[in-house]
Design a protein around this ligand. Structure first.
Ligand code: BTN
Length: 340
């Protein structure tokens, strides 16, 4: 069912008032109607909408008011906006209960010249991973794509993916006290298992980036058993194990809080992209180094492989791998790195 832009902003304002009293205080209907400049009937209409259509539990006491008892575990745009606050990076949110891929929706909008849009979904039926692989996206994850116009040179695109992975690590580590690391060039792992993946599609003209669509999938509250069951045989080629935040923490996380914190961190890190030394230092402190097996190409028989030890990240973002006494530069592309 469609909801208009003004209904959406009313819901947000109403929820922001109800949140103040969440779990303990009633907010009077009269107060809400005055503050939002709508009739008491309209207040009731929005309360019913929140309850029936969106699954909120709101207690209503005659002559006293309304109390928010329970918020559904959904990434509703008004919830994200309330948690995020002011943002220059996200001006609009497009929400789906289910969509084929948020990345494809965002790409179509970016091609029309749209910017600063977040596309988010509870589930994706055709989630895309890197190198045309599938990305399993059941309920409980945080699956989103963001249109940005980064002011960086094409030469620094690897840094953009590393910086994005850094933002994911910082958020996970800061909020949940875990040890998430960047798996070069843009996966996020905890104990060698993948907890989040990043896919960046870009439109480039000459040496400038017209736009980038940053797609991020975080296994937040997904059950790992269900992911492993859904992974087809073909995808197992490059598979090295998955985990989720719920799996690591033994409890579900607040996905709205996670997404809003991640967006704030991305906005902060993207604003620092030009400070390359600072960015590289943070990336170097968060990247997983050590013994690796690198496969260039799609793993066919004649694919180039390197066995060595990942020792550092070069200034342009490539991975430096020491092998046979030499340091080799692994640049981004169809490269698969496996820790051994
Ligand atoms: C990878 O690790 O291969 C990248 C995974 C990227 C998944 C995200 S989920 C949101 C967005 N929509 C997609 O279809 N893919 C990205």
């Amino acid at each position: 069912m469609m909801i208009t832009e003004s209904e959406r902003s009313r819901l947000r304002d109403l929820l922001s008032m109800l949140r103040e009293g969440e779990g303990g205080k009633y907010v009077s209907g009269e107060y809400i109607s005055r503050a939002l400049d709508i009739s008491r009937e309209a207040v009731w209409k929005y309360i019913s909408m929140l309850r029936r259509r969106y699954g909120y539990r709101i207690d209503a006491k005659p002559r006293v008011g309304y109390m928010l008892v329970h918020r559904p575990d959904k990434l509703y745009p008004w919830e994200i906006m309330l948690e995020l606050g002011r943002s220059d990076m996200v001006k609009e949110i497009i929400y789906y209960d289910e969509v084929e891929s948020t990345q494809d929706v965002a790409l179509r909008l970016a091609e029309q010249g749209r910017d600063s849009i977040l596309v988010v979904a509870e589930r994706q039926s055709r989630g895309r991973g890197r190198a045309s692989r599938r990305w399993i996206s059941p309920e409980g994850g945080v699956w989103f794509s963001l249109i940005i116009k980064p002011r960086i040179s094409v030469r620094d695109v690897t840094l953009l993916s590393l910086a994005t992975a850094l933002a994911v690590c910082n958020t996970i580590n800061g909020k949940f006290n875990l040890d998430a690391r960047i798996k070069w060039p843009n996966d996020v792992i905890i104990n060698y298992k993948k907890v989040a993946g990043i896919l960046i599609d870009m439109s480039i003209e000459h040496d400038t980036i017209n736009y980038a669509v940053v797609g991020i999938g975080v296994n937040a509250n997904v059950s790992i058993d269900s992911i492993e069951r859904m992974i087809g045989h073909a995808d197992k080629n490059h598979y090295y194990g998955s985990t989720s935040l719920m799996n690591e923490l033994g409890r579900a996380v607040d996905r709205v809080m996670l997404l809003a914190s991640l967006l704030r961190e991305l906005e902060h890190i993207y604003s620092r992209l030009a400070y390359k030394d600072e960015m590289l230092a943070a990336i170097r402190a968060t990247i997983m180094l050590g013994p690796v097996h690198v496969i260039e190409g799609e793993g066919d028989d004649d694919a180039l492989t390197i066995d060595g030890v990942a020792v550092d990240v070069d200034d342009d973002g490539s991975l430096l791998v020491k092998s046979d006494g030499m340091v080799k530069k692994v640049t981004s592309g169809y490269v698969h790195v496996r820790y051994v």
